[in-house]
Design a protein around this ligand. Structure first.
Ligand code: PEP
Length: 250
């Protein structure tokens, strides 16, 4: 990994895992604690946060959530607040995942920015996802789309300590397809330039790649200039695959 920033390998379990399987997965990863050259983060579903947090105690593996509401508390049936996540031991929260934007849950850039601000207020590090759809990729609009998402999804007060960006092409998520290395490098470069122009210290930001990362393609993806780790969906449900991805960092 050529970049000075310590990489982050984050597992997004999405809506997968019951108590028995979730605990076993977390315990296996905590025991092996792979990839000493990177930070490791598990983002299980909300029902498993407490149990996974307990399984990770003392391992150095971090705990995160997959979403939060933009309000601190109130009449929002079914939602989880940033304060609740911090209370249960989360350090990170994924925000603006493509499965929550658009047709999934209709979240806009402004919604994401509001959530990021709330997460920061509770001391959480926001992992903000951006990425183009298949048609936008085909039209060559990738850089325009992600630039617009970066501008709209980040509130004032963003720093390299409180915010991580995940470049996740929507068409690459769960599809087994990935952009070519040059496309990933160009996307990360554009994101970094936008962060630098608005918040300063561009090189200090962690920008992850996400979308069909596997044990097989991780060494190549993680060696791309400007890639500071990975957000891993499907492969994070397999302890062996997730550990191998982390070990690709060295
Ligand atoms: C994701 O949904 O964040 C993701 C990267 O999924 P996958 O690794 O399965 O493509």
């Amino acid at each position: 990994m050529p970049d000075a920033v310590r990489p982050l390998i984050a597992g997004n379990w999405k809506m997968n895992g019951l108590r028995e399987t979730g605990q076993a997965l977390a315990q296996t990863i905590a025991k092996r604690r792979p990839g000493q050259a990177c930070d490791l983060l598990l983002c299980p579903p909300a029902t498993l946060l407490e149990m996974v947090g307990a399984a990770l105690t003392g391992s150095g593996v971090l705990l995160g959530a997959q979403d939060c509401h933009q309000e601190i508390k109130g009449a929002h049936t079914g939602d989880v607040s940033a304060a609740m996540l911090a209370d249960v031991g989360c350090r990170f929260v994924i925000l603006g995942h493509s499965e929550r934007r658009g047709e999934g849950h209709g979240e806009t850039d402004a919604d994401v920015a509001a959530k990021v601000q709330t997460a920061h207020g509770e001391g959480l590090v926001a992992i903000v996802c951006v990425g183009e759809r298949a048609a936008e990729h085909a039209q060559g609009a990738t850089l325009t789309v992600i630039e617009s998402q970066i501008k709209g999804s980040l509130p004032e007060g963003v720093t390299p300590e409180n915010t991580v960006i995940a470049y996740e092409p929507v068409w690459a998520i769960g599809s087994g397809r990935t952009p070519i290395s040059e496309e990933i490098e160009a996307a990360h470069k554009r994101i970094r330039a936008n962060l630098g122009a608005r918040f300063g210290t561009p090189e200090a930001f962690r920008i992850l790649y996400g979308g069909s990362v596997t044990a097989a393609n991780a060494p190549e993806i993680l060696s791309i200039h400007g890639v500071n780790g990975a957000l891993v969906g499907g492969a994070s449900l397999d302890a062996e695959a997730f550990c191998k991805i982390a070990e690709s960092c060295g």
